[in-house]
Design a protein around this ligand. Structure first.
Ligand code: ADP
Ligand code: MG
Length: 389
């Protein structure tokens, strides 16, 4: 007999199964899109407490670094994709050899996993990059600084995110500690950018590509804090050029699924910063702000379905990230934020609130840039918690 107190799991699946390796907020937001499409999402989580594991019935617990766990997880999936970029390349190849449909594939994904491989390939295909070099000794950094000037930006070749793994070094002295840590590094010329832009494109296995409007992203301490769509004041021909660069990278690298291209806008044109091959923070605005959200688009692409319209739903859309503040009880402040501005959309990822951690975001839509930005920032500031004065 079934007891009402014992959780029951559903019977056989009724739609295509998409396996997502990783169970952070990106997988969680993919679930919203999967519900509407009747796609069955399965996630590989480290624990049932992770953001997506809390809301996805078919959560499997395992280690993505273990090929056995990964193969068991992927069995029976119509497509396999990722919430993060850390799955070893050889494991992805092994899944493909087993006949699984994995998007993006290993050959494409390595460009989002390894910043030196990315720079090599972008240079090869003629995409605009800062001067760069692999460095292993302090003397390599010194030589690079001599040639291209200081500061020199050192980056961990693998594993960095949210600015962890990026060091702006004003001198060889500052670089010493980073080099001594033994982390494999590349050096980049410091780009004195006017602002940062991002272009999100989707490419399906049958080769269809679409681009979302170019957005402006604002980083603080290496973490994205705000995204403005479309990028204010960007000339139509510059926006089209940025979209062309992103679509060309997707095509040349054989990306399937989403590709986010982070760029620097400089007085002498665009420079590509880095690539991500999954839903991206610079695309969260699309949930309410575009006809097809990035999460739906990613599911369409990995299932090789026709892509959806990326058209915006409002003239101005602003997304502000919610970083953990002093008071963990974010929900207690919903009442004020919602009453104050019924148009604000709150996204809260079900993660533990820790200072500085990305725990959610808010989105505001409208017509006047200053007004929409002010609304989004007010909501995020209130949710973050009382500020001591
Ligand atoms: N070559 C550079 N010149 C100037 N600023 C840079 C450079 N590279 C990175 N940055 C700054 O550091 C941020 C994080 O660097 P990024 O390579 O995107 O690392 P992450 O993988 O942590 O996002 C960028 O968004 C930008 O603000
Ligand atoms: Mg980045």
């Amino acid at each position: 007999m079934n007891s009402p107190n014992v959780p029951q799991t559903p019977g056989p699946v009724v739609g295509p199964v998409v396996g997502v390796v990783g169970a952070g907020q990106l997988a969680r937001m993919m679930q919203q899109a999967a519900i509407a499409l009747g796609v069955e999402l399965r996630v590989l989580a480290n624990s049932r407490d992770e953001s997506a594991a809390r809301v996805i019935v078919d959560t499997r617990i395992g280690d993505y670094r273990d090929l056995g766990d990964l193969s068991d997880f992927a069995k029976g999936c119509d497509a396999v994709t990722f919430d993060h970029e850390h799955v070893p390349t050889a494991h992805i190849r092994a899944l493909v050899d087993d006949g699984l449909s994995v998007h993006p594939g290993a050959e494409a994904l390595v460009h989002a996993q390894d910043k030196a491989v990315m720079r090599e390939r972008l240079t090869e295909i003629g995409a605009p990059c800062p001067a760069w070099a692999r460095v292993s000794e302090l003397s390599d950094v010194e030589a690079f600084g001599e040639e291209h000037g200081w500061p020199v930006v050192l980056k961990a070749v693998r594993g960095g995110y949210d600015g962890r793994g990026v060091w702006v070094c004003a001198s060889a002295d500052e670089a010493r500690e980073v080099v001594d840590s033994g982390v494999p590094l590349l050096a980049e010329a410091f780009v004195p950018f006017e602002r940062e832009l991002a272009v999100l494109v989707a490419r399906s296995p049958h080769g269809q590509g679409v681009s979302y409007p170019v957005v402006e992203t604002v980083q603080k301490d290496g973490i994205c804090v705000e995204v403005i769509a479309p990028a204010p004041g960007l000339a139509a021909e510059d926006a089209a050029a940025a979209q062309r660069v992103a679509l060309r990278i997707a095509q040349q690298l054989g990306v399937t699924g989403l590709l986010a291209v982070e760029m620097f806008a400089t007085t002498s044109g665009l420079v590509v910063n880095e690539l991500a091959m999954r839903p991206h923070n610079s695309g969260h605005w699309t949930i309410e702000g575009a006809r097809t959200s990035q999460f739906e688009q990613h599911l369409r692409a990995v299932l090789d379905l026709p892509l959806g319209s990326p058209s915006p739903t409002a003239p101005v859309v602003v997304m502000v990230n919610l970083l953990g503040g002093p008071d963990p009880d974010v929900f207690a402040r919903y009442e004020h934020v919602m009453a104050n501005d019924p148009g604000i959309k709150i996204h809260f990822y079900g993660k533990d609130v820790r200072p500085g951690r990305k725990i959610g975001h808010v989105t505001a839509l409208g017509t006047d840039l200053d007004e929409v930005r002010a609304r989004a920032w007010h909501a995020a500031d209130c949710l973050r918690g009382p500020i001591d004065v």
